[in-house]
Ligand binder design. Structure first.
Ligand SMILES: Nc1ncnc2c1ncn2[C@@H]1O[C@H](COP(=O)(O)OP(=O)(O)O)[C@@H](O)[C@H]1O
Ligand SMILES: [Mg+2]
Length: 250
């Protein structure tokens, strides 16, 4: 067994992204990115604008096909499967810009998400229980369009949880939330991960917040992984500091 394999086995790898490349016409958005996500791990994915974070989420979730490379989920090659299949297998995502059905109620939105999910009973709870969990109990019967930004982010999380995921991809859920709500998001994700056996990849620009909430960080820059490690190691990494042009991380 090589060192890498042994490490993966130890961490009980749930998701394995291997040498993923994505070309858009002349642009290389991802240039051979590899990362592993362990069971119940919360992994931060950071990098300057245009680094390739959302592209990587799109490839894992099946919205985009990679030019080359593989995505393996619980030992199964899922590279290039369509999003509905990937979601049914147990990978859920939130969108940077929430996309609820605005003229349906919060609760109806969560019901619809549940029907896209694994088909099993949701391990997290009924749609009403999930609304309660994310703090939307008293807004359940409002139209989703009536929610403020923070409420819409909470609904994104509720919709993702309703699909009964094993892996959750969070794209900037704390952006647009107040600092207090951001703290809530960190505690909430930790709890979800432990209670429901969830592994999480979390993209967030609110760096101070993200650093509290994740076990490990992967840094992308121009489609290349430039650093990986514990949050406190990564923020002090010279290449990472340079990628962010001096001190924006602290
Ligand atoms: N559908 C697309 N067509 C062409 N270029 C794209 C597309 N999606 C993303 N890109 C480009 O790929 C690069 C990475 O983008 P993205 O993954 O959105 O970065 P991030 O989420 O880290 O800000 C950027 O240069 C972006 O302009
Ligand atoms: Mg993005």
């Amino acid at each position: 067994m090589t060192g890498v394999v042994a490490d993966n086995a130890q961490r009980d790898t749930v998701l394995d992204v291997s040498l993923v490349r994505k070309n858009f016409a002349g642009l290389v958005a991802l240039d051979g990115v590899s990362l592993q996500l362990g069971r119940k791990e919360i992994l931060g994915l950071i990098g300057p604008n245009g680094a390739g974070k959302s592209t990587l989420f799109n490839i894992i979730a099946g919205t985009l096909k990679p030019t080359s490379g593989t995505v393996t989920f619980r030992g199964r090659n899922i590279t290039g499967l369509p999003p509905n299949r990937v979601c049914r297998l147990g990978i859920a995502r939130t969108y940077q810009i929430p996309k609820p059905f605005l003229d349906m109620t919060v609760l109806e939105n969560v019901y619809i998400a549940e029907s896209f999910g694994s088909g099993r009973d949701s391990k997290v709870g009924t749609p009403a229980e999930i609304c309660d969990l994310v703090g939307l109990k008293d807004k359940m019967h409002l139209e989703a369009g009536m929610l403020n930004v923070s409420g819409k982010k909470r609904l994104e999380v509720a919709r993702a949880l309703a699909t009964s995921p094993d892996v959750l991809l969070l794209d900037e859920i704390a952006a647009g939330m107040s600092p207090t709500e951001g703290e809530w998001a960190v505690r909430f994700m930790e709890k979800m991960s432990q209670s429901y056996d969830l592994s999480i990849i979390w993209v967030e620009h609110v760096m101070r917040l993200l650093m509290k909430g994740v076990h490990r960080v992967v840094v992308l820059d121009h489609g290349v992984k430039i650093a990986e490690g514990r949050p406190e190691e990564v923020v002090n990494d010279e290449k990472v500091q340079q990628a962010y042009l001096g001190g924006k991380l602290s």
